[in-house]
Design a protein around this ligand. Structure first.
Ligand code: ADA
Length: 555
């Protein structure tokens, strides 16, 4: 499944799921499922390096072929019949390549992948999560005409007496002749049209406002979604379409509150890595649904996509369930030295650009985040934080920005984001009273740039090995994890200066042995309230007990 709904009726689209041939660096060949991770094969559990995927497709007529890969970990070169269509870095955003005038018959897709570490990769590094290898998200084959719709964005807006919004359509003319196109957009019972001239071999944009008198609000209790069905007509004939799903909701922030449709919300969230015990980062839809069911059973109303953009199908699920999302660009714990990698700025810029371009329409996304626990304590680091916040605001001023800091008492960037967020592990890394440490943190934040802003405890928690029970509640036991989470939640639930908390973390995840084995038993981050197979630990029931007592909306 490419998305949780059909994106095209006119455009021919096919998912290239199944078993692709994978040839490893040493020439050995394997059948690897797509979507899937190379590491799920018993002979490739620790695979780190280059390799090539092959797939044969057959066309029944001459056409322009558009190949879209939703996620390849972590660097990819996409070829069709030996011609390079696209190069892409980063496992967590999609990319596409187009081949023009491809003849009917058999054709070979080749995807050269590389999940190795080194200076070429500033963001995928040995880390407290695992960089897998492979086509970890759907691969899609499409047939497009010379004119096709490249992207559609919708920005909802509350008008005086109803909902409305702004539709922005980007279309590309691959042909050698200019054309006059008509764009028809149907949304919530309202049909609008725009004519646009598209010069040869150009991409053009059209934008207009729309009133949707019958549209109902999207919110956590009633996440009403509408199809935005955009068609492209040329010479009175429909030649392409692009269907997306949107919600009419407004995110604002005022003082210490984050507001959804004008009402203050309190985010009761989990940090969730995309990682499942048998499939790695190619989390199947069944497990995405199970994760959502478990998080909602625990009383969560929010999820943070730590520490990278997530699979569109999971975001679709959040839209459907009214689960609020803090989505963030790809970065975790990068030192200033790593932030000065010559590829860092460009790789971050591309990731932010693709994340917002590709995920803009999801009503569930309410916060854009950057640079988790990177260097926000130096002037050079500050310049990079500011540049990325500026980039986000230029792409999407409708959502607030934040970044989770751990540079306690040293951070010099808290004046930059709209929301101040901090990661704190009282009771685990620091055997200090939670309340005492929390007051220290808030006092510091208030005078370091956070005063008058919404505040989020973006990470807190403790590790427990699934099944490890200890009557003495020793560290690493399920009992101790439950105790620490309870103590933290009891403090945060009473603090009305907070607008949200995110537990670290929902499920255990694999980490790299390199640099992390010494504090990560099993080479896993064991702070999940469920393990990597989604088996709940004792802490799950503590979260469930307390989250359900939290008020969803705060005054
Ligand atoms: C940090 C980091 C997380 C994880 C966590 C931990 O806050 O943001 O990715 O590494 O610590 O488990 O220690």
């Amino acid at each position: 499944m490419i998305r949780l709904f059909e994106q095209h009726v006119i455009r021919r689209q096919k998912e290239l799921d199944g078993v692709w041939r994978f040839v490893a660096e040493d020439g050995r060949s394997y059948g690897i499922p797509v979507p899937g991770c190379i590491e799920q094969h018993p002979a490739l559990i620790n695979y780190r390096g280059k390799g090539t995927f092959y797939k044969t497709i057959r066309l029944d007529k001459r056409t322009n072929v558009r190949l879209e890969l939703k996620g390849v970990s972590h660097t990819a070169d996409l070829y069709l019949d030996g011609t390079l269509l696209a190069h892409h870095y980063n496992a967590y955003t999609g990319f596409a390549g187009i081949a023009r005038d491809v003849e009917p018959g058999a054709h070979e897709i080749r995807v050269c992948v590389d999940n190795s570490f080194g200076e070429a990769s500033a963001l995928h590094i040995p880390n407290d999560y695992y960089t897998y290898g492979g086509l970890i998200r759907p691969a899609v084959l499409e047939e497009v005409g010379d004119a096709y719709i490249k992207n559609v964005h919708f920005t909802p807006c509350r008008l005086t007496d109803c909902w409305g919004g702004r539709i922005e359509v980007e279309l590309e003319n691959l042909g050698s002749k200019a054309l006059l196109a008509e764009i028809r957009a149907e949304l919530a019972g309202t049909l609008t049209t725009q004519c646009v001239e598209a010069p040869a071999q150009c991409t053009v944009k059209a934008a207009w406002d729309v009133r949707c008198g019958q549209a109902a609000e999207w919110n956590m209790q009633d996440p009403v979604l509408y199809f935005l069905n955009t068609q492209l007509w040329v010479d009175e004939k429909p030649v392409d379409d692009y269907i997306d799903r949107v919600g009419f909701r407004e995110i604002t922030w005022s003082g210490s509150r984050l507001l959804l449709n004008g009402s203050p919300v309190f985010l009761k969230g989990f940090n969730r890595h995309e990682d499942y015990g048998t499939t790695g980062s190619a989390v199947p839809l069944q497990i995405m649904v199970q994760d959502m069911d478990l998080m909602q059973e625990a009383g969560a109303n929010a999820v943070r996509t730590c520490h990278y953009p997530n699979d569109e199908r999971f975001l679709d699920l959040c839209d459907e369930r009214g689960m609020l999302v803090w989505e963030e660009n790809h970065a975790r714990g990068l030192s200033l030295e790593r932030m000065c990698n010559p590829n860092f700025d460009r790789q971050c810029r591309d990731c932010i650009d693709e994340m917002i371009t590709q995920h803009y329409n999801h009503p569930s996304i309410v916060i854009w985040g950057i640079l988790n626990e990177c260097d926000s304590a130096s002037e050079e680091g500050r310049r990079k934080y500011k540049s990325q916040y500026d980039q986000i605001r230029s792409l999407d001023p409708s959502r607030p920005t934040t970044s989770a800091t751990c540079k306690h008492f040293q951070d010099i960037c808290l004046d930059l984001p709209d929301i101040v967020s901090f990661n704190i592990y009282s009771g685990w890394y620091q055997d200090i009273g939670v309340r005492e440490r929390h007051e220290q943190e808030i006092d510091w934040i208030m005078q370091a740039g956070g005063r008058g802003k919404p505040l989020i405890v973006s990470e807190f928690g403790a590790a427990a090995l699934y099944g490890c029970r200890d009557r003495g509640h020793c560290k690493w036991s399920e009992e101790r994890q439950a105790d620490v989470i309870r103590e933290n939640l009891e403090v945060y639930r009473e603090d009305d200066r907070l607008t949200g908390v995110f537990i670290w973390q929902f499920a255990d995840c694999r980490v790299t042995e390199e640099e992390w084995f010494h504090t990560r038993a099993r080479c896993h981050n064991n702070k999940g309230v469920v393990d990597e197979y989604r088996r709940p630990k004792e802490a799950f029931d503590v979260v469930k007990e307390i989250f359900h007592e939290f008020k969803n909306n705060v005054q």
